[in-house]
Design a protein around this ligand. Structure first.
Ligand code: 9UX
Length: 69
């Protein structure tokens, strides 16, 4: 199991949180997703590390932006 954290901008309400959570939860190998709305920090537990482009695409699809670190 791998735990990764990401910074996502643009989320302002619980519906935003749900959209991002559901989009990332649908990715292969993802076991758990948690979002801290005040900070925009997204924590993802997955069987194997997910490529950044996969996370970026999912966040984009939900309508938000992955902040590149
Ligand atoms: Mo409502 Mo969260 O438009 O963007 S889903 S504030």
């Amino acid at each position: 199991m791998t735990t990764s954290t990401y910074q996502v901008s643009g989320m302002t309400c619980e519906h935003c949180v749900r959209s991002v959570t559901e989009e990332i939860s649908g990715l292969e190998g993802v076991q758990a997703v948690s979002v801290d709305l005040p900070t925009g920090e997204v924590t993802v537990e997955s069987a194997n590390p997910l490529p950044d482009r996969v996370i970026r695409a999912a966040v984009d699809e939900a309508g938000y932006q992955l902040v590149e670190s």
